[in-house]
Write a protein that binds this ligand. Structure first.
Ligand SMILES: [Zn+2]
Length: 326
């Protein structure tokens, strides 16, 4: 039987949780829907990932206002995906002055932001219910380089009583992934580089390099992580559980893709081959059936030497879905 495209059959609202992790850090999580992070200083507030629409961002702003009346000055885009960036204008309307992204993310918005917006709106009708409130693509006002902390290209933001380090730890979920790290409280906001007990979307990923990037995050020895999807994790052992979960997904998927490419399988056969190793481990998690065909497509491409992920358009989405999930 064919499955409804992507998340089009997923119309049941998720319960959001706004939870304090440390003196200055909060997690806004949503039962497997895209998460956001909030860092509240004595002077300013930073939001990491803006939510899908300004309408949705209003809920997060409402939550923030239950604990602080400081200005929300900074919005960090951990990467370019529409479900995380298109809510940004709500914060700008509240007076935010800086939208921060990496150079890689900026380039991806230029290269494929418009196609991604169209494609994601069709993949996630529930998350884009307020899509008419989206004024267009979200453009960064501050573009950072690839530097590690303390080096040129990284950014340190002082929110008053709390400092946030922002840098690109390496390619993974996209080639522009950026993290926010509050060293003094050991809190990591990872975006989709790390997920927990939810689908790991890799349709635009750099699968070969992703595990090394996860190891770089492990070296931070975080005590808390707000992953891209899934609950916030507390304690270093549980942080590592999320890193291990993501690593296992990425390596299992890419291994199957490499085997399929080496054996000369077509994409549909590659999908069936990948299910053998992925379904038993991950088949139960939220958004698995949505992610898998996109993930297999990318793993197969990368295994065949396509370094820059092919751009997903609404049309390519549907053709692929019909071929693999139809
Ligand atoms: Zn993403």
């Amino acid at each position: 039987m064919s499955k409804a495209f992507a998340s089009q059959a997923d119309l049941e609202d998720k319960k959001t949780t706004f939870e304090q992790l440390s003196p200055h850090c909060w997690a806004y999580t949503a039962e497997g829907d895209p998460n956001s992070g909030v860092i509240i200083g004595d002077k300013f507030i930073m939001v990491s990932d803006a939510t899908a629409t300004p309408a949705m961002a209003q809920d997060l702003i409402k939550q923030i206002r239950t604990v602080s009346d400081k200005p929300i000055k900074y919005v960090l885009l951990t990467h370019y995906h529409a479900v995380r960036v298109l809510g940004a204008s709500a914060y700008l309307a509240e007076g935010a002055t800086e939208v921060i992204a990496s150079r890689g993310t900026y380039e991806l918005i230029v290269e494929r932001g418009a196609q991604d917006m169209q494609s994601e709106m069709e993949r996630f009708p529930r998350l884009f219910r307020g899509a008419d409130s989206v004024p267009g693509l979200t453009w960064p006002t501050m573009v950072i380089g690839d530097g590690k902390p303390g080096r040129q290209g990284s950014l340190e933001v002082d929110l008053g009583g709390v400092k946030v380090s922002i840098w690109h730890p390496g390619p993974g979920h996209t080639r522009g992934d950026t993290i926010a790290w509050v060293e003094e409280e050991k809190v990591l906001f990872s975006g989709d580089l790390v997920e927990y007990e939810a689908g790991v979307y890799t349709g635009d990923a750099q699968l070969e390099e992703w595990p090394a990037t996860l190891e770089a995050l492990r070296e931070l020895k975080a005590e808390f992580i707000v992953p891209g999807r899934g609950e916030a994790m507390k304690g270093n052992a549980d942080v590592n559980k999320a890193l291990d979960y993501t690593q296992r997904w990425v390596t299992t998927l890419f291994q199957a893709g490499k085997e399929a490419a080496a054996a000369g399988m077509d994409l549909k056969t590659a999908m069936a081959h990948t299910r053998k190793s992925m379904d038993p481990v991950f088949g139960h998690v939220f958004i698995y059936e949505h992610c898998l065909p996109f993930d297999v497509s990318r793993a197969y491409d990368e295994a065949k030497g396509i370094k820059n992920p092919r751009i997903w358009t609404a049309e390519r989405d549907k053709e692929m879905w019909a071929a693999l999930q139809g």
